[in-house]
Design a protein around this ligand. Structure first.
Ligand SMILES: [Zn+2]
Ligand SMILES: [Zn+2]
Ligand SMILES: [Zn+2]
Length: 115
């Protein structure tokens, strides 16, 4: 009797695990589930990563600017863009008083000091 109970418990927990996986993304080997992009060779173990990657193909831009309505496919790009409106410049140069709204501009500026 006890054995029956144990095996039934296992069946139940198995069922829960299978239900959490979207069927179309399931591979034959359950231990190495990978989310595969159906457009290119990209694959990831995390569904969130694949979803974000897929925006490249769909051209979807879910992050819209509240100031001008321009939209972006990545949150970090929108955050940087909004600084153009707010004038926020969180990246400051260590060698002079200049400040920059994105890291790329600061790095480019630092090359000038290096010369
Ligand atoms: Zn892809
Ligand atoms: Zn804007
Ligand atoms: Zn500087």
């Amino acid at each position: 009797m006890q054995c029956d109970n144990i095996s039934q418990n296992f069946e139940n927990s198995d069922e829960v695990i299978t239900l959490e996986l979207p069927v179309s993304f399931q591979t034959d080997d359950k231990s190495t589930v990978n989310y595969q992009c159906d457009v290119c060779a990209y694959s990831s173990r995390f569904y969130g990563n694949l979803k974000r990657h897929y925006l490249i193909h769909t051209g979807q831009r879910p992050y819209a600017c509240n100031f001008c309505g321009k939209s972006f496919n990545q949150k970090v790009t929108l955050t940087t863009h909004i600084r153009l409106h707010t004038g926020e410049r969180p990246y400051s140069c260590e060698k002079c008083p200049l400040r920059f709204y994105n890291r790329a501009s600061l790095v480019r500026h630092l090359y000038k000091h290096a010369k």
